[in-house]
Structures are given as structure tokens and as C-alpha cells.
Design a protein around this ligand. Structure first.
Ligand code: SAJ
Length: 415
């Protein structure tokens, strides 16, 4: 069996680049592949095209030692790690086109005995699809040990690292490794053991795919429960955060926190991959998505109620990121709430405060009644203060500045 010395990592984004850097730091010869030429050039200069603590040092070190290079063309390698996006289509089925494109790059380079690992979060069956597509492109190779043809080994190893802690969690988290065959899983485990200090749990590919989706769906369902409680509590005139805090004193209860909705590119997306693979059965998972997706609308309705009778209300919207203390605006409920407010209330002025960004995202930038301002400016003459993200900077605000204003605190930080 071939010893793995050269690894190609396809997709140098939030997961692929850290994985490439950590493999290179542990003695493997790594070639990173990406379609974005500017990112490839930056990485070859030892620079990182996005923010992730400690990643810059590792990339710079690996590049200067000649262990990490980036390119736009997939090279021959002993192992391939595919870490490309898996967004969803308009009908919420998974878009596997980036995985297919990666396969078309890999296929011509294969000679047999390579290990191909899919790391992208994927719907059940995607790893099998990748394996079958590779052998369709290369009928001289096989996945089947009985075939008599040279084999390729395909496995799924989903990433589960938390943005902001990627370089730590890559090393310390447990990993789930699902092979199309037992040999594929074992070979993937051997590769990850170069840097992974967590437990490595071997299974089949579909179970590994589902495990990742289930982790994020578990969180989504729990947050949906909290969001539903917040709507019920509002109707009953009670404080949902006190309610949850009290219930969580029970030794077997651990309810998460309500908010303005669920954002990010994982929890708001992954449950749909389960729903689309079993639409008749995934009732609770679908309902949780719908409950969380409905929360921004509920927040909007509350702002509108408080604005009734005011001719040109001044609204301060605090926070745009999808969660606290980060600059990531992807799938952020705060962004969609501000965009909808701007459209639904043309007479209102919306002062957005987001200390983690320098400019408004494109979806907000063109709106005449939405501006990015400092926290002082935003609060000075606001009629309504709408807290959307629990950034530390907002938690430490002097509450006196809120006096005399209508306050909607969607994260419960000013209770
Ligand atoms: N949120 C709430 N209430 C809560 C917790 C979170 O409303 O009590 C909201 C956040 O504000 C945010 C969204 O949920 O809008 C998601 O935030 P998150 O911190 O729960 O998760 P992500 O998306 O940053 O990262 C998740 C993690 N998954 C789990 O914790 C099970 C991470 O480990 C995964 O690697 C990541 O998804 C991924 O890439 O799939």
C-alpha cells in the first residue's frame, strides 16, 4: 500500500487552508488547489486571504519551508482532501457541483491506490456519488476490492471546527471517519493521525455524513425550541431568559438561547440536507428550520408595532454579524432584518452599529435610509433601539443611554 507523502487539498477556504497548513507543519508535502488565482498568489507569498487566529503564522511557516504550495491545477498526489463549498439550490437540495468539479480535476491524475477524502459538509450519499463519479471518469480504476482493477479509496471525514478556534479544534476535536470501504476509513485515519490528537471514530460514509448534519440539526432544533418559547413568553408577559435560566437548573434540561434567528453557513443550511433526503420523515427538523427562519419576521413586526404613530422613526440597529464578536455576515438574520426594515419602513432612518465591519454589506449599502455609524451616533437620537447581536461591546454599554427609548433586546443582554 502506498505511503502517503504528497497531499493535495482542493479548496483553500476556511477549512481547506487550515488543514493544508497543519498537514504541512506535520511533515507532509502539501499542494493546495483553488480556483481563485488571487488567493493562490497570496498563499504562495505566505499570506492568508481571511481572518482566522494563528492561521497566518502556520501558513507563512509552511510556505517558507517549502512544504506548502498553492496552484490552480490539481497535481498528482498520494491523497486528496476535498474541502469545497456545498451550498443549497433554490429547492433546498444540495448543490454538489463543486464536488463534481473537484472530481474532474482529480480523475486524470489518478494511477491507483490513492486516498480521496471528502471533508465538505454533505448530504447522505455524497461520498458514494463522488466515488462513483471518479470511477465513471476513470473506468480503468475501481472502488470494489473484488474487481481485479487498481483501486481508489474514498472516505468522508466531516470538519466540525468552530470558526475562530479552527487551529486549536483541528488538532483537539474528535473526528468521525466514514469509508466507502473499511480500508478507506483506516487509511484516512492514518493520514489524520499526523496531526489529530482527538479520538478517531471509524464508520461507513453515510453515517459519517449524517453525524455532521445531525450535530448541527440538534443545535437548530434546540434553538428553535428557545425561539418558540420567546414568542410564547412575550404573549404571556414573562421574561424568556429568566424562564430558561430557571428551567436549566433541572439536571437534565439544557435549553439554548433565543435570538433574532439562526445565521451562519452551517446550522441554517445543514438541516435542509437531512430534510431533502427524507422529506416525509424529517418533520421536526423541517419545523425547527421554519421556526428559526420565521423569527426575523417576528422581530420586524415588533419594530413596526413600536413605530406606529411615529412619522419618521429613528431606529438604532445594533449588530449585523451572525453571532457575537465576529465579522462574519453570512446568512445573518440581523442583515436581513435591517434590509427588510429599510424596505418596509421607507420613512424611518436606520442607524446600523457594527464595530466589526468597515462598511455596510452590498444588500444594505444602496438603501438611502440605512447608514453605518458609531454606537454613540446611533444611540444619540434613536427612538427605538434594536439589539440584534450580543457583541461584548454592546454588553458593556452604559444603560443610561437607553433611557427614554423603546428597546427591543433580541438577545437578552440588557435584562
Ligand atoms: N444561536 C442562537 N442561540 C444559541 C446558540 C446559537 O440563536 O443558543 C445562533 C447564533 O447566534 C448563530 C447561529 O445560531 O446565528 C449559529 O451559531 P453557532 O455558534 O451555534 O454555530 P456555528 O454556525 O458558528 O458553528 C457550528 C458548530 N456546530 C455545533 O456546535 C454543533 C461548529 O462546531 C461546526 O463546525 C460548524 O457549525 C460547521 O461548520 O458546521
Amino acid at each position: 500500500m502506498k505511503e502517503i507523502k504528497d497531499v493535495a487539498v482542493i479548496g483553500l477556504g476556511y477549512i481547506g487552508l487550515p488543514t493544508a497548513a497543519v498537514l504541512a507543519a506535520n511533515g507532509l508535502n502539501v499542494i493546495g488547489v483553488d480556483v481563485k488565482e488571487a488567493n493562490v498568489a497570496a498563499i504562495n507569498r505566505g499570506e492568508v486571504p481571511f481572518v482566522e487566529p494563528d492561521l497566518g503564522v502556520q501558513v507563512a511557516g509552511a510556505v517558507s519551508q517549502g512544504m506548502l504550495k498553492a496552484t490552480t491545477d490539481t497535481p498528482p498526489a498520494d491523497a486528496y482532501i476535498v474541502a469545497v463549498p456545498t451550498p443549497f439550490n433554490a429547492d433546498r437540495t444540495a448543490d454538489l457541483s463543486y464536488i463534481d468539479a473537484a472530481a474532474r480535476g482529480i480523475a486524470p491524475q489518478l494511477v491507483g491506490d490513492e486516498l480521496i477524502i471528502l471533508e465538505s459538509t454533505s448530504p447522505p450519499g455524497a461520498t458514494k456519488h463522488l466515488g462513483e463519479y471518479l470511477v465513471e471518469l476513470r473506468p480503468d480504476l475501481s472502488l470494489d476490492p473484488e474487481s481485479g482493477l487498481p483501486l481508489i479509496h474514498v472516505a468522508h471525514c466531516p470538519e466540525r471546527v468552530l470558526p475562530g478556534r479552527v487551529m486549536i479544534e483541528l488538532v483537539t476535536n474528535d473526528r468521525i471517519i466514514g469509508g466507502l470501504t473499511a480500508v478507506a476509513a483506516e487509511r484516512a485515519r492514518d493520514l489524520y493521525s499526523a496531526f489529530c490528537k482527538g479520538g478517531m471514530h471509524l464508520t461507513d460514509a453515510t453515517t459519517a455524513e449524517m453525524a455532521k448534519l445531525v450535530e448541527n440539526s440538534y443545535r437548530d432544533v434546540n434553538i428553535a425550541f428557545a425561539n418558540e418559547l420567546s414568542v410564547i413568553s412575550d404573549r404571556l408577559g414573562i421574561d424568556v431568559w429568566e424562564l430558561i435560566e430557571l428551567a436549566n437548573h433541572h439536571p437534565r434540561v439544557n435549553i439554548l438561547q433565543p435570538g433574532p434567528g439562526v445565521g451562519g453557513h452551517c446550522i441554517a443550511v445543514d438541516p435542509w440536507f437531512i430534510v431533502s433526503s427524507a422529506p416525509e420523515d424529517a418533520k421536526l427538523i423541517r419545523q425547527a428550520r421554519e421556526t428559526n427562519d420565521a423569527k426575523p419576521r417576528w422581530v420586524l413586526d415588533r419594530v413596526e408595532q413600536l413605530s406606529t404613530g411615529k412619522k419618521s422613526p429613528k431606529i438604532a440597529a445594533l449588530g449585523l454579524a451572525f453571532k457575537a464578536n465576529i465579522d462574519d455576515l453570512r446568512e445573518s438574520p440581523a442583515v436581513s432584518i435591517v434590509a427588510d426594515l429599510g424596505a418596509r419602513m421607507p420613512g424611518a432612518t436606520i442607524a446600523v452599529v457594527e464595530p466589526h465591519v468597515e462598511e455596510l454589506p452590498r444588500s444594505l449599502a444602496g438603501r438611502g435610509n440605512v447608514n453605518l455609524v458609531s454606537v454613540e451616533e446611533g444611540l444619540t437620537d434613536a427612538d427605538i433601539v434594536l439589539l440584534l447581536v450580543d457583541h461584548d461591546a454592546f454588553k458593556t454599554l452604559d444603560r443610561a443611554v437607553l433611557e427614554g427609548k423603546e428597546v427591543i433586546d433580541t438577545r437578552g443582554i440588557w435584562r
